[in-house]
Design a protein around this ligand. Structure first.
Ligand code: AMP
Ligand code: MG
Length: 486
């Protein structure tokens, strides 16, 4: 056994598993038969102390064939704003821990069979959704946005019924913890205060040690989670990422992007963009995400109230969300515009731009990338940006204000351009890119997953061999529809 992967010896005493029942249950996997590799993330493997080339032993393990019993956890949550009762790891097993520079990381198989929390589900994940989760986890990491990671995908011929018959796969996810707001809501809802206290103490001890000595540790934890969540929302907004299912059971207590399902990066900017076909009311539309992040923090706060006790203090903590979010958002858009200094009317300039992009259905990623090439003396680059906006006069009016703003801080072209090219990605995981990788893998060419991943793990760099992936999406991309089915 690899020295870094002492899963059986780590299991009883380390990490969340140390909490024991009723938080977790030991649950055997239902391994996939005749598994095959779709991809192995050599870079992440290296960080975790695993080989660059995976061995057969790893194929067996990551398809669910284990010599020990992994664990699953119970949680509940609010789905689409409504209390949904008990949910839990219905298709996720934590098989052990690995160290990332000494920080223990949970290794979790998604799709390795039914668990006591599967409810009506089959415990499986399909190839399509596993590729989407894998690529988006790594794309977010490439963008510098907090996220769970993905180590590998294994496939199999096992048929799985969704809208059509598809095949099963397992994606291996990696994170310091997969604990969700819903874990806290679960014990709070049932009035199990000892378990709630135990969970809170454990999360603080492992992930928020600075809260231990605070007068009310649970309040300090909530405040810290609120800050991380607000900051995460600002980062999503700044790259045009829509999560699609911001239910409280998909909200990470560590402020990570978690549970990639019907997510989407916007092509054309639209405040009301809904990436999830199943979200008929638009509860999780692009412009709603920050408010929903706050609402979800409210649900976490209610769950922690028995430990916080003081309702006024709880409200005050929640009031802290908005300024953190606004500050992070303005700062992110300032960086996107290459503004090194702050000026009181920056929000006006940013707001005018977003309205312009919205009204003109302008490609969000391409616009900011093109703007990163703007020069003060020539109008060539400005013309190229203007080409992306239908209402040329409105763009030019905004651009005049922008140039005035750059002149105000004596912005130096080369310095600003360099900074902007490091925050405005050339490549994001557009739906059609994921689709290209999925169709290729389904046709027996999984290496396209790696090609897409390589570009997305360095999204700010030029990749001349994949220039087209940074261009206008092909016509067929418009017809793609993504739902909760995964
Ligand atoms: P999600 O919508 O993916 O966030 O999942 C919500 C809940 O349904 C979680 O408890 C999942 O574990 C569970 N779930 C989703 N799909 C399946 C499946 N195919 N089999 C078992 N449980 C599932
Ligand atoms: Mg989920």
């Amino acid at each position: 056994m690899n020295a870094h992967f002492e899963i059986s010896s780590l299991l009883p005493t380390h990490g969340f598993a140390g909490l024991g029942p009723p938080h977790i249950e030991l649950v055997p996997t239902e391994p996939l038969s005749n598994p095959y590799w779709l991809t192995w993330n050599a870079r992440l493997a290296g960080v975790l102390g695993l080989p660059a080339q995976p061995t057969d032993m790893w194929l067996q393990r990551l398809s669910g064939q284990l010599e020990h019993t992994p664990w699953c956890s119970v949680y509940s949550g609010h789905q689409f704003g409504v209390w949904a009762g008990q949910l839990g790891d219905g298709r996720a097993h934590v098989i052990g821990l690995l160290g990332d520079h000494g920080v223990p990381q949970e290794i979790q198989l998604k799709g390795a069979g039914k668990t006591p929390f599967s409810r009506m589900g089959d415990g499986r994940a399909v190839l399509r959704s596993s590729i989407r989760e894998y690529l988006c986890s790594e794309a977010m990491a490439g963008l510098g946005i907090p996220t769970t990671r993905a180590l590998a995908i294994v496939g199999s011929a096992l048929p799985v019924r969704r809208e059509t018959i598809e095949t099963a796969a397992i994606v291996t996810r990696v994170a310091p913890s997969f604990i969700r707001f819903g874990h806290f809501e679960h014990f709070a809802h049932h009035g199990h205060s000892a378990e709630l206290q135990h969970l809170t103490d454990d999360v603080i001890a492992h992930f928020y040690p600075e809260c231990v000595d605070q007068p009310v540790p649970a309040l300090a934890l909530l405040t810290a989670v609120i800050r991380r969540t607000a900051a995460l929302m600002a980062q999503w907004q700044a790259v045009g990422f829509c999560h699609g299912v911001m239910n409280t059971d998909n909200m990470s207590i560590l402020g990570l992007t978690l549970d990639y399902g019907p997510f989407g990066f916007m092509d054309q900017f639209d405040f009301h963009h809904i990436c999830n076909h199943s979200d008929t009311q638009g509860r999780y539309a692009y412009a709603q995400q920050p408010r929903i992040g706050w609402w979800n923090c409210g649900a976490l706060g209610s769950a922690l109230l028995p430990l916080i006790v003081d309702e006024g203090a709880l409200r005050e903590a929640l009031d802290g969300y908005e300024p953190v979010f606004q500050g992070a958002l303005t700062s992110a858009f300032r960086s996107k515009l290459g503004l090194a200094r702050e000026r009181g009317d920056d929000d006006v300039l940013i707001g005018r731009l977003l309205t312009l992009l919205h009204q003109n259905h302008t490609d969000f990623t391409r616009f900011f990338r093109a703007l990163s090439h703007l020069e003060s003396k020539t109008t060539e680059a400005e013309a190229k940006v203007g080409d992306l906006v239908i209402d040329r006069a409105a763009f030019e009016s905004w651009a005049a204000s922008y140039r005035e703003r750059l002149a105000w801080e004596s912005s130096i072209d080369s310095v600003r351009q360099q900074a902007m090219l490091r925050v405005n990605p050339k490549y994001v995981l557009r739906n059609y890119l994921a689709e290209i990788a999925i169709r290729a893998a389904q046709a027996g060419n999984p290496e396209v997953i790696d090609a897409v991943q390589r570009v997305l793990e360095a999204p700010f760099d030029e990749h001349p061999e994949h220039e087209s992936w940074a261009g206008t999406p092909p016509g067929w991309a418009d017809a793609l529809s993504v739902s909760c089915s995964s």
